[in-house]
Design a protein around this ligand. Structure first.
Ligand code: ATR
Length: 276
């Protein structure tokens, strides 16, 4: 049996093992995916274990996506620019870091969005790690125009300086002109806490038919997605990003692209049971 590992803290909530084990079983290949809650002082030792041990590769999640970088032998150019690694692949004796979060998001978006990325004005809400990955992936798909807005405006400005073709606006400016965008992506964690949730951006000027995406998948439908749907938007939650980032990682480890529908069904089923 070949082994794969999720490294993070906390990891109890993660559905990656179920999703990847279903993918491996679907292809009939002998991979076993485990998760491990790693304390900060154990990160180096865990990466060493990957290098020397029985694991073929790993996923890395919060809070180690940046912290693991100096411990790897090589990091692919895009992950380096994003400053975060979510997938480690053992290539010969070397550990190589990749980031499939943004590319996974874009694969999922392309499936559902009627708007080709290279013809779209896209608004990103949020300027953290998730936004960076998604912006990098959108730019590599030749997005026509990417605009970022963030609660802390200076962070959006700093981020925009790193890429050509990325503009910033204040949240207020964005709110006045939402009809200029065909795709709006919420990368903030605002939807994760339904009891205290506030809209990261108000949708008064949203046009019906706009694509509105939120990277959160638990809850299934954030306040933002609920509001967007009421206004006639096409909505998408973070399940497709989660599934495709996993599928792209799985492909790097095994050389095989898994059945994403099977992965999606597994995740949705597990979430349903958790919510019941
Ligand atoms: P991640 O790696 O998940 O993107 P992060 O780097 O901590 O996490 O970034 C979180 C992003 O969500 C930031 O843009 C943050 O805005 P600030 O820069 O102003 O902190 C945004 N964010 C988090 N909670 C939010 C909320 N309740 N409303 C609006 N934006 C929020």
């Amino acid at each position: 049996m070949k082994k794969l590992l999720l490294i993070g803290n906390p990891v109890e909530q993660s559905l990656s093992p179920e999703m990847h084990n279903a993918a491996a079983a679907g292809l009939g290949i002998p991979y076993q995916y485990e998760k491990r809650c790693v304390q900060p002082d154990q990160l180096e030792k865990t990466i060493m274990e990957l290098r020397n041990g029985e694991y073929e590769g790993a996923n890395v999640t919060i809070p180690y996506k940046s912290a693991c970088i100096p411990l790897l032998d090589k990091v692919d150019e895009s992950a380096e620019k994003i400053g975060a690694v979510n997938t480690i692949v053992k290539e010969g004796s070397k550990l190589v870091g990749y980031n499939t979060d943004g590319t996974g998001f874009v694969r999922g978006l392309k499936e559902i969005s009627p708007f080709p990325i290279d013809q779209s004005h896209i608004l990103i809400v949020g300027a953290g790690g998730a936004a960076r990955g998604i912006i990098a992936a959108l730019l590599s798909e030749k997005a026509l125009c990417v605009t970022v807005c963030n609660r802390t405006e200076s962070k959006a400005m700093e981020l925009a300086l790193e890429w050509e073709n990325v503009k910033t606006v204040s949240i207020e400016q964005a709110e006045k002109n939402l009809d200029q965008y065909s795709i709006i992506i919420n990368t903030t964690s605002s939807g994760m806490y339904p009891h205290t949730e506030k809209m990261p951006i108000s949708l008064g000027t949203l046009k019906a038919g706009t694509m509105v995406s939120d990277i959160i998948y638990n809850p299934f439908k954030t306040l933002l997605l609920n509001e967007a749907q009421k206004r006639g938007a096409i909505i998408d939650n973070g399940i497709s990003m989660f599934v495709y980032q996993g599928a792209l990682a799985f492909e790097k480890w095994t050389g095989l692209f898994p059945d994403v529908e099977l992965m999606k069904e597994t995740v949705v089923e597990k979430l349903r049971r958790k919510l019941c």
